[in-house]
Design a protein around this ligand. Structure first.
Ligand SMILES: [Zn+2]
Length: 117
């Protein structure tokens, strides 16, 4: 199997995620520009809410980053494209949709964020 296209796709995804993580780190709510002095209670509430959502996004991005790095390692050691459960081949259609898939459709991890087919 030719993994070149998947490798470059995964590397692009990794770069994209790293850029997003950098931007999120920069947009730390505690450093968010000027704030109005009035309505301080609501302000604080909004910041907490926002901080919470940002943390969720960061967690999600870090998870995906780990999956992509794992897939790149599999390309390097020649196990890419095989289900981690049974070693059967993962269909190329699936790899095109989810290049960092660890499992074939029969053994896919339900917690993974994947497009519904
Ligand atoms: Zn499988």
């Amino acid at each position: 199997m030719d993994t070149t296209q998947y490798k470059s796709k995964l590397e692009d995804m990794l770069k994209e995620i790293e850029t997003q993580l950098e931007e999120l780190a920069k947009s730390d709510p505690s450093e968010a520009g000027e704030r109005s002095v009035h309505n301080e209670t609501e302000d604080r509430y909004m910041e907490t809410e926002r901080g919470f959502r940002v943390n969720e996004i960061i967690e999600d991005l870090n998870y995906k980053k780990g999956e992509i790095i794992h897939a790149l390692e599999k390309i390097d050691n020649g196990t890419y494209g095989f289900c981690e459960e049974t070693n059967e081949k993962i269909s190329e259609d699936r790899l095109k949709a989810v290049p960092y898939a660890r499992y074939c459709v029969n053994h896919q991890d339900d917690t993974a964020t994947e497009p519904v087919s």
